[in-house]
Design a protein. Structure first.
Length: 345
């Protein structure tokens, strides 16, 4: 973990360890920032601790000017204690949405003040944005040639202003390694939980989600939140089929079996499922089995073969292929990284 430039303490930890350096998340508050989205990183990253009860993250808020008030889109301002120099201390920088981006939003060009602030960010720092915060990363050139997400209502404009970016208006967030982007508002929660999951495993992320009273993982993408021109009245749902399948992930489930739970034809069920969840039934089953496998690898002593059967993959080879595709690591490597390394609190 890189050493940091000292900053005033942001919270008191009675179990402080002078040799321990938590991952520092610096949140950039711009004028017009949405208070809800500004608070998401503090809520999600402010919770996780390791087995020695040390906070795994330190969250710092800064502005592009010296410490002082920052206007929000509400009827109040917030007092920010750190200036842009804090960006130089970050392991991760998060840019929440703002409604006062000016030329960044209108022309895709950084202001001199914002460009000078972003210049403090060290090479190799992980970057993330929530909603229209992606315009800042895009204007700074960090998204060129990459896939990116933003609020579905701004996706067309975002693509027009930044034609070199591959905009995906259907997903809740995109993880492109060192740069992550999310859709609007509550999708910032999904993004931050994903980052905790990526850093410290599903058990820690799930506990944070439970304490935040949100689902640890939302199915589908933004498509389910876009208003349709002519909504169908009293549309049947696939909720019961999903609940039925979750209790039988270890079994060789067939699409027709799921459709029968809703008394639908396979064709109708598949269409309704995709409308509600945003992915096909087969893709959803694979996602759930990957999550089950992750949990078992972290929390049990089951062998890889046993985990594969319990998660519904059948064979260890099949599970390896799916985890490699979804996570980029083998089951053994995943277990070695996340097995009993952290304790949720």
């Amino acid at each position: 973990m890189p050493m940091h430039t000292p900053l005033p303490p942001t919270r008191k930890d009675t179990r402080a360890d002078p040799d321990f350096r938590p991952h520092r998340v610096v949140v950039l508050a711009l004028d017009g920032v949405l208070p809800f989205e500004l608070g998401i990183p503090h809520r999600i990253f402010g919770r996780p601790r390791d087995t020695r009860r040390r906070y795994l993250y330190e969250v710092v808020t800064c502005s592009i000017r010296p410490p002082g008030p920052v206007e929000t889109d509400a009827d109040f301002a917030i007092e920010v204690a750190h200036g842009p120099e804090a960006l130089a201390t970050a392991d991760t920088v998060i840019v929440p949405a703002s409604y006062e981006l000016g030329p960044v939003f209108e022309e895709g060009v950084l202001t001199d003040e914002l460009a000078a602030a972003l210049a403090h960010i060290r090479p190799g720092t992980r970057l993330a944005s929530i909603c229209t915060g992606g315009y800042v990363l895009a204007a700074a050139g960090h998204l060129d040639g990459r896939p990116a997400a933003t609020h579905w209502a701004d996706a067309e404009h975002f693509q027009r202003i930044f034609p070199r970016i591959r905009v995906d208006a259907d997903v809740l967030f995109i993880d492109d390694g060192d740069v992550l982007t999310s859709a609007g508002v509550a999708a910032g929660i999904d993004l931050c939980l994903h980052m905790v999951r990526r850093d410290h495993g599903t058990a820690v992320a799930n506990e944070v989600a439970r304490r935040t009273v949100v689902p640890p993982h939302r199915d589908g993408g933004q498509a389910q939140y876009i208003q349709r021109p002519v909504p169908e009245p009293q549309l049947a749902t696939t909720t019961a089929a999903r609940a039925w399948a979750l209790g039988r992930l270890h079994e060789p489930l067939q699409l027709r079996d799921m459709a029968e739970q809703e008394s639908m034809s396979v064709r109708t069920f598949t269409r309704r499922f995709r409308e509600e969840v945003g992915v096909s039934p087969g893709q959803w089953l694979t996602q759930q089995r990957v999550e089950r496998a992750r949990h078992l690898l972290e929390s049990t002593d089951l062998s890889v073969d046993q985990v594969a059967r319990a998660a519904g993959f059948g064979t260890a080879q099949s599970m390896r292929q799916h985890l490699q595709t979804a996570l980029g690591v083998t089951p053994t490597a995943y277990r070695r990284t996340f097995r009993a390394t952290t304790a949720p609190h």
